[in-house]
Ligand binder design. Structure first.
Ligand SMILES: *Cc1c(COP(=O)(O)O)cnc(C)c1O
Length: 418
């Protein structure tokens, strides 16, 4: 026990520190994100995606004993998941005075470069971003980070390793909300960070740089405890077995749905990286490939796939957008993504509501934007649902409210124990 708890021998003596299900889960993710990479990778599982983002960034924001009064900063794309926006702007900036320097146009390398100085600790980017589909030149940003001896941390939740492995393009750490696409069933909550061994950072001790995942698992997370429960690791692993084929199916269906919406008269704009007219299509096409398509009997060549997340903007503003949203009959209204069932949300009133009007303006999330994640249904059914919902736009179509939710005696209508 003494040797085990000093990390000298592998052990399962306490589940917050080491557990066989977590060990299997972490090593699977390390292999998936490291597939195609010459070097080695490590993984640390966390209780959620947000815990992974916190865990991946926090060690770089420690006080430097040699310069204890330095005012730290980090550089991040402003088009990030709403929770990440709050973590960076409220918890880090407002509450701790650590400056987050937002990059507004992440495809502009000059803008990244201009924000770095001697107190910068890391660069952070999300791609493709949720919900806006921002994308940047991963390899170029990684080169920029390394030229300043900084790590690049990437949230790759939307792509998953089935489409993109950022470590292979130079990123140092990848964070995943495994809650999402990796756990398609929606039965688990989980996160993970996957790091290359011997990462680049001008800050931090040798142990941190040599094996970041093992470092955070054995030290900060042992003490702070944002660790994954083994049951969630098992649920996630079960879903991950079919990740590649699901991503392929979802991507092909999303492409059809995006094409339908792009030609619809009630739609102001569609953002999907797969659409050839999207301004970032060419850049994204250099990075997003269905893994191993060249070895696939069906494809036999590299195949671009752009994932299941897209956004649409309804003409006429917030009111007609809500009417369309309320009229969905097959698409589920949920802030979730990556499910086997199609889900949609209005980010301005859900995932991105806390960041306020100004924050949404910065990230380009207007109130007429609907985020849609296409699942495993037949794409014709999703298109038909969108088509009928878009007819509700002028308010002449009545949306049926289920009896159980209408006013008066609702609780009596709901099924329950008798
Ligand atoms: C949902 C999400 C997160 C946060 O993950 P949780 O598991 O909900 O904590 C982080 N990044 C992206 C891109 C997400 O979609």
């Amino acid at each position: 026990m003494e040797a085990a708890l000093a990390y000298k021998i592998p052990t399962w003596c306490y589940s917050r520190i080491a557990n066989p299900s977590l060990y299997y889960f972490e090593n699977t993710l390390a292999l998936l994100e490291g597939y195609g990479l010459a070097g080695e990778t490590g993984c640390c599982a966390t209780a959620s995606g947000m815990a992974a983002i916190h865990t991946a960034t926090e060690p770089f924001l420690a006080v430097d004993p040699k310069r204890p009064t330095a005012k730290l900063n980090f550089v991040a794309t402003c088009q990030v998941y709403g929770g990440t926006f709050q973590l960076f702007s409220v918890r880090r900036m407002q509450e701790r005075g650590i400056e987050c320097r937002w990059v507004k146009n992440s495809a502009d390398l000059e803008e990244w470069a201009a924000k770095i100085d001697e107190n910068t600790r890391f660069l952070y980017g999300e791609l493709p971003s949720n919900p806006g589909q921002a994308f940047f030149d991963l390899a170029a940003v990684a080169r920029l980070a390394h030229a300043h001896e900084l790590p690049l941390i990437v949230d790759s939740t939307v792509a998953t390793p089935a489409l993109l492995r950022p470590l292979c393009h130079g990123a140092d750490i990848v964070v995943q909300s495994v809650t999402k696409t990796m756990t398609t069933s929606g039965f688990g909550i989980a996160g993970a960070l996957i790091a290359r061994k011997n990462l680049t950072s001008r800050f931090g001790n040798d142990q941190l740089k040599a094996d970041f995942a093992a470092y955070v698992k054995q030290l900060p997370n042992r003490d702070m405890g944002p660790n994954l429960s083994p049951m969630n690791a098992i649920l996630s692993l079960n879903d991950m077995r079919t990740l590649r084929s699901k991503i392929d199916l979802f991507s092909r269906s999303t492409m059809q749905v995006a094409e339908f919406l792009a030609g619809h008269p009630a739609i102001e704009r569609v953002d999907y990286l797969g659409l050839p007219q999207h301004p970032l299509h060419a850049l994204a096409s250099r990075y997003l490939f269905l893994v191993d398509a060249e070895h696939d009997a069906e494809y036999r060549r590299p195949v671009n796939r752009y994932g299941h997340l897209m956004s649409l903007r309804v003409k006429g503003g917030a009111e007609p957008t809500r009417r369309v949203f309320d009229a969905f009959q097959r698409i589920w209204r949920a802030t979730d993504l990556g499910r086997i069932k199609s889900v949609a949300t209005i980010p301005a009133i859900s995932t991105h509501s806390q960041q306020g009007e100004e924050g949404r303006c910065l990230a380009d999330i207007p109130d007429n934007l609907i985020r849609l994640c296409v699942g495993g249904e037949h794409p014709d059914d999703i298109i038909a649902d969108l088509d009928q919902a878009l007819r509700a736009i002028d308010g002449t179509v009545q949306v049926a409210v289920p009896a159980a939710f209408s006013t008066g005696g609702a609780s009596r209508e709901l099924p329950g124990p008798r």
